[in-house]
Design a protein around this ligand. Sequence first.
Ligand SMILES: NC(=O)c1ccc[n+]([C@@H]2O[C@H](COP(=O)([O-])OP(=O)(O)OC[C@H]3O[C@@H](n4cnc5c(N)ncnc54)[C@H](O)[C@@H]3O)[C@@H](O)[C@H]2O)c1
Length: 420
Amino acid sequence: MSEVWSPTNIAVVGLGYVGCVTAACLSGLGHEVTGVDRDEHKVQSVLNGEAPFYEPGLEKLVKENVAAGRLRASTSLEEALRNAEIALVCVGTPSEKNGNLGLDQLRRVIAEMAGLIRNRPTPLIVAIRSTVFPGTCQEIVMPALGGHAVVVSNPEFLREGTAVKDFMEPSLVVVGGDDREVVRRAAAIYQPLGFPPSLVSLRTAEMIKYACNAFHAVKIAFANEIGALSAALEVNGQEVMETVCQDVKLNASAAYLKPGFAFGGSCLPKDLRALVYRAGRLDLHLPMLETVLPSNDRHLARAIAKVLDLPAKRLGVVGLAFKENTDDLRESPVVTLLEQLVGKGRDVKVFDPHIQLDLIYGSNRNFILQTIPHIGRLLCRSIDDLLASSDHLVVVQKQGEEIRTKIGRSGLPVLDLLSA
Ligand SMILES: NC(=O)c1ccc[n+]([C@@H]2O[C@H](COP(=O)([O-])OP(=O)(O)OC[C@H]3O[C@@H](n4cnc5c(N)ncnc54)[C@H](O)[C@@H]3O)[C@@H](O)[C@H]2O)c1
């Protein structure tokens, strides 16, 4: 970040696990911090230089920074906001009985804040650090605060038990908002950490927090199901997963983590099916692995519904194999897509640079002629033929430069299912 760093006067609202760690760490970075909580015990603990709960390293940080006069605590929000430039809201958002997110603490604290900031000469930057669902800042926090505050989302990623370390050596710093300057200003409080922040939109920041927690939960459940199946098969699950993680190209990496089209092909569906079948025979119920293929089917159904919704008369599908650079058509989700379109009476053509009936031979040619002859009849010989016989394109496969340029030049509307 280019701007010169200077300490900021910060109010941290809520001194629970997130708030107290945030307040102590930010004061440790040199900021002037006042923590607020309605719980007098937590406030008194901080004033006494003690951590209100056990968290490694927290007590030392609280003690040092209270002694240095950089960390204060109060039960009065008014007092904390008096000189604050930024308020970090860290109140709880517990689950309601139906699983929905409970926003009572957030609504209450924001209403109180709204009454206190009306006469500010400059708007207060309010950073929502509590975990809230996408849209909460725009739909609940901003209307309640009006023009006296600028709202950013600054989700917290710390883990209890290593919270201080996680704050000081972050894995991710996210600040989201609609006003770029304010987003940069809010992110600047973390500058001493020397970690580049991800600056995104408000709703994106809120969603990132949920994506991270869901991903962590999915990883744990996946490892446990593989471990359980390994044990049932007398295989060392620890060794399996340790070795799986040695592959940092395809396994422990960003590979396969981009929202796009459904998967298919001759391996993933077949092997998942076999795994789930064998687990069942061992009386092992693996709900996560069992729902992967149904999840993929559901994703394909959503894509098909999107295509069926297109107003176009003549559809041109770009790609037929389950991915680029192959002519293997086994279990290609595009075949299901085309079958549905034909079944619903749509006029549809398809082009795949690696699947042309007069060029391919052997089992792939036989597969088309014998298993999906109705699809074979839809094949165009070239991208130009497809463009000439379509008035809307549906892209289901990554394409090379030449085809992308031709698609761009054609001026035809495109539904790109790889990024939809
Ligand atoms: N605990 C974690 O590991 C963790 C990690 C990342 C994100 N989060 C999220 O951060 C948020 C806070 O979590 P937490 O575990 O610190 O919650 P917590 O319940 O420990 O702390 C919330 C604090 O807010 C205070 N508070 C509530 N209303 C107040 C008000 N009107 N004025 C002043 N103080 C008020 C409460 O007294 C409490 O001390 C949640 O949204 C949570 O989902 C938690």
